[in-house]
Design a protein around this ligand. Structure first.
Ligand code: A2P
Length: 337
């Protein structure tokens, strides 16, 4: 089996570090790793897989002469937009975790459990979807295939780690009363109904990402979707209330079965009439897990064929690093065929 050279761009960041951990766990057939970050981190040493690596500065020429096969990027949209083409020119497949390339018509947007076939038509870059979109489409795909979907309403409860190291620090330091640096308002003891900037209709960019990326991944531009995305004082794990209007009638037992049969999706849903405690996924329990969890599965009687889901996943793992590494693994498996 061929061994691959892998670059990690943004190796000192929240997601970049998780890349290293997930790569170590999954034991990809790797020959050599190259770690890149900004000039601020160049020269820093990182221990990884029983070896010491030195962080190199990301530059236009840093990929040249290294025979890099795969470059995993997580260093922000601007950095990806500028530097991914240099990695491609040097012969690498870029798998990018930023929003820079996601809606580019020549760039596949992939969740391996949902649309692995899209990996095949890449022309140098494959995009990793937004964290909140990834976990949502894993839960929606089996319903889309079995019943068809007419309309989706997303309401999210997103962890601060989704905003990188600085978002994480705002919650940590906010507990002792420090003013926020990343968020526009305090996040400790608060909920912020704003993730990213607003558009002319008053939607945030995060909400538009969820709408457009879901349509692209499911390959259905006519799918009607609305979203409200909220940052909450949780360190790890995004939660989502997803209201779905299906095209066709469904039986609740069969629908649950379709969810539990889907790869990468775990049904955690035990509630009993009148009992004060139920079993459902919570961010505190799923931190560190690679799967998407779904619970509170119940019929929405306010519309025809409606169903409510509560979907939780580790946003830095399945929402970012794990999904990116899974794309790399799937691509490697395709090369070996
Ligand atoms: P550095 O640590 O050197 O600033 P996070 O999202 O957790 O804040 O992480 C962002 C990651 O992207 C870090 O590894 C950071 O490196 C890297 N990064 C940010 N801007 C650049 C840039 N202009 N060139 C290279 N790496 C960058």
């Amino acid at each position: 089996m061929k061994k691959y050279n892998v670059a990690i761009v943004g190796a000192t960041g929240m997601v970049g570090r998780k890349f290293l951990q997930v790569l170590e766990e999954r034991q990809l057939p790797v020959n050599n790793y190259y770690l890149f970050a900004s000039a601020r981190s160049a020269g820093k040493k990182v221990s990884f897989m029983d070896k010491e690596y030195t962080i190199e500065e990301l530059t236009e020429t840093c990929f040249d002469g290294k025979d890099i096969d795969i470059a995993l990027f997580s260093a922000g949209g601007g950095t990806s937009k500028k530097f991914a083409p240099f990695a491609v020119k040097a012969g690498a497949l870029v798998i990018d975790n930023s929003s820079a390339w996601r809606m580019d018509k020549d760039v596949p947007l992939v969740v391996p459990e949902v649309n692995p076939q899209d990996i095949k038509w890449h022309s140098g870059i494959i995009a990793n979807p937004n964290c909140s979109t990834i976990q949502a489409v894993v839960a929606l795909k089996p319903l889309y295939d079995k019943y068809g979907i007419k309309r989706v309403i997303y309401s999210t409860y997103q962890a601060v780690s989704g905003a990188g190291m600085s978002g994480y620090s705002d919650l940590e330091n906010g507990i002792s009363g420090d003013a926020p640096k990343k968020f526009p308002y305090p996040i400790f003891g608060n909920c912020l109904p704003q993730i990213d900037v607003f558009d002319e209709d008053g939607y945030t960019k995060e909400e538009l990402k969820m709408i457009q990326e879901t349509q692209k991944i499911l390959g259905d531009d006519n799918l009607r979707i609305t979203a409200t995305t909220v940052r909450v004082p949780v360190f790890h794990g995004h939660s989502e209330s997803i209201n779905v209007e299906l095209k066709n009638e469904y039986d609740l037992v069969e629908l649950r079965q379709a969810l539990s049969d889907f790869p990468g999706l775990i049904v955690k849903d035990e509630v009993k009439l009148g009992e004060s405690t139920g079993i459902y996924p919570m961010p505190i329990d799923i931190a560190g897990e690679d799967e998407v969890y779904v619970g509170r599965i119940r019929r929405d009687r306010s519309v025809e064929n409606g169903v409510n889901l509560w979907v939780v996943a580790d946003n830095i793992r399945k929402g970012a690093a794990t999904n990116t590494v899974q794309i790399a693994q799937t691509w490697i498996a395709m090369q070996e065929k």
